[in-house]
Design a protein around this ligand. Structure first.
Ligand code: COA
Length: 219
């Protein structure tokens, strides 16, 4: 019988994403998410997007490197509105880039209607957030689990356990931050990712036509 255990890539190093990594991470994002809307937004948009996960108190991004080259990444947040600052700070640049991509990319034209909710989110990001009485921003966030928002591994490096190394690294960092649970969601058609999450120890919490939510208790 064949041994189906993943072959772990020995020379993988994990670290927080830094500014220098941004072009590589944006390229990896584009490759890993070529069948998702954001993967069609172009390098400039993706670099601005990934920059939100550097030096932020709430958004965290980690890179897996092999021989100094980025081969995987994980982006996550402890904030319930992780993209509020992204939208607020880059509003007109993002609008311009989306309009440009609309004319350049048939995938964007086909799927843009489903993304109109993001425009509403972008506008909402200008409204100051209200916290419940007596509850600090930190306390409010602490009730929600930390979340993985995106994970991707270069196609040449898949099936070597790097995805598992990235989720484990992210969870260990969140444990250090005091979190006991980490959540994530997947699109129902992304069978490979769903297979990966189940194998990686994530428990299906909720499922509907739009997404599957998984949770992991950090021990
Ligand atoms: C999901 C993902 C991060 C998993 O990373 P990974 O490092 O390949 O994870 P693993 O090594 O544990 O492999 C997981 C499964 O991927 C599949 N796989 C393995 N090699 C593969 C390859 N070269 N190409 C495609 N899928 C492959 C296998 O089904 C494997 O499960 P198995 O060991 O039971 O056969 C990676 O497939 C990826 O980047 N996908 C595209 C982006 C994506 O969909 N992200 C998730 C969004 S919710």
């Amino acid at each position: 019988m064949l041994n189906k255990k993943p072959q772990y890539e020995p020379g993988i190093e994990l670290a927080a994403i830094c500014l220098y990594d941004l072009p590589e991470i944006a390229r990896l994002y584009q490759e890993a998410f070529s069948d998702h809307f954001l993967g069609h937004m172009g390098q400039k948009f993706l670099q601005l997007f990934c920059a939100q996960f550097i030096n932020s108190p709430t958004n965290h991004g980690y890179v897996a490197k092999s021989n100094g080259r980025a081969v995987g990444f994980v982006l996550g947040s402890i904030d319930r509105q992780p993209f509020a600052r992204f939208y607020r700070q880059n509003f007109w640049t993002l609008i311009t880039l989306v309009i440009m991509r609309y004319f350049q990319d048939a995938y964007v034209r086909k799927h843009i209607v489903k993304r109109f909710g993001c425009i509403a989110d972008a506008l909402k990001s200008f409204v100051p957030r209200r916290h419940q009485e007596g509850e600090t921003k930190d306390e409010q966030n602490r009730f929600a689990p930390a979340r993985i928002l995106a994970i991707g591994v270069s196609s040449d490096y898949r099936g070597m356990g790097i995805g598992n190394q990235l989720t484990s690294y992210f969870c260990s960092k969140m444990k250090q931050e005091g979190y006991k649970k980490v959540g994530l969601s997947a699109l129902p058609w992304n069978e490979r990712a769903i297979h990966f999450y189940k194998k990686d120890g994530w428990v299906l919490e909720e499922s509907n036509a739009a997404s599957l939510s998984f949770i992991r208790t950090i021990v």
